[in-house]
Design a protein around this ligand. Sequence first.
Ligand code: BGC
Length: 543
Amino acid sequence: MTSKQLTNDADWWRQAVVYQIYPRSFADSDGDGLGDLQGIVSRVPYLEALGIDAVWLSPFYPSALADGGYDVDDYRAVDPRLGTLADIDQLVDALHAANIKLIVDIVPNHTSDRHAWFTEALAAPKGSPARERYIFREGDGDQPPSDWDSVFGGSAWAQTADGQWYLHMFAAEQPDLNWEHPEVRADFLQTLRFWSDRGVDGFRVDVAHALMKDLSEPMPSQATLPRVSESYGLHPLWDRDGVHEIYREWRQVLNEYDPPRSAVAEAFVPASRRARYASADGLGQAFNFDLLQADWEYDKFRQVIEENLALADQNGSSSTWVFSNHDVVRHATRYGLPKDPSGLWQDGKAWLLSNGTEPTVDVELGLRRARAAVLLMLALPGSAYLYQGEELGLQEVGELPAANLQDPAYFRSKGAEKGRDGCRVPIPWTVGGLSFGFGSGGSHLLQPKWFGGYSVEAQEGDVSSTLSLYRKALAVRRGLQTGNSLTWVDGTDWVLHFTRPGGWQSITNFGVAPVELPDAAVVLSSGPLEGDKLPSDTTAWLI
Ligand code: BGC
């Protein structure tokens, strides 16, 4: 059965290709420089032609954009700059008519500081019930209650006018909610129902592993905190077991719908802890960022794939695969970076440094590997998450001027980190024009001159373009993707070769010299072949 035929099935998400849209940077219908919902509606034919199964829409809620929309003022409304609830309804209808599902982002760890609950909390006196929905504590004189760092740099505590402190694991404009509070729990169930009732098919759960915290005193110092990847439920702030009780309640609500609404956890936890988030009585699926964080190396890829397929089998979920999203340097750029002994540049989480140390990117190498990577990923069992612009082979924009940067990571790190804006620059639709077809006005993040060469218009009629490769790959995959099994074909150490049911073979050459292709018909390759040889950094599909 192909994935399109599965779309009305409760299991549609298991093998789906999901395309992430960062709405403020996708398409701008009213020329104000900010992408919007009508912009997305106008591009549904593009999404249909691309051949995806679902869209994951990053936050479109009212927000002051202290963190790109992940600072939500109201979970059941639309940012007026992006549109209205009627526009969401129209988008759901347009996508469904094209047989594309819609997954929306939900941000439960923190609200924005403009959320009605937080304004009420600040206006209320210390110790009042309105403050209990958040995490307020007394400090030690003018010192915060603990020396914990926020993810974006600086203290994780901010002080209020009356001297109390509140916890914010991200920016100060993102106060953490108190998930021990029954009203917080009930309100999010209402939000899940609100969007599910409107026809939304699933949810991407932001920092799903952060909700429960152990704030018993004395709070341990930052220096003694274990690494999350080694904490196995014992870290006071991340991946605590209690979080799964919350998702069991969510699952009951999601299962009230037909088909049940899907959910995927963003949880940076060790692979062995991921299964809990992906369990059938939990969210059902969890992101696996292991390939995104792996260097372009045969051993790493093979190990990550083996481990994740085994884990998905054990817990009855399906694996997820992803190379790029709105939080990391685009992989066409990462793969073109020189080998860095510190691992910083290659690590998908690393954001380009702003202190003048950016390395030179080998754009051609990065693109060749990115194309090989996507064919490899799309041949794996499980669901594949694509990030807008990667189908164009788009590179990170490293040259954004400081005055144009928006990411709180840049400001909170006092410029030590450039932040994530370089992967969030509005994508180019046309070769020229004021904002390369993004809209009739400018663009909230400045597009570089070279963007036009990557545009949809430039690639559309070119059979060798990256856009054509994605379109062909998604169409071929639709006919071939079935089941969860994969069989390794062992041979050369730097050649990743496997077969799938129906005789579909995928073979990737991570080495430097061309290798012999197996004796079968090539249906697609990520780059030109050398006769019957597969060149370095290339993937071919055969049948
Ligand atoms: C999102 C980020 C966001 C953070 C805080 C994440 O993991 O993907 O973009 O800054 O959560 O909400």
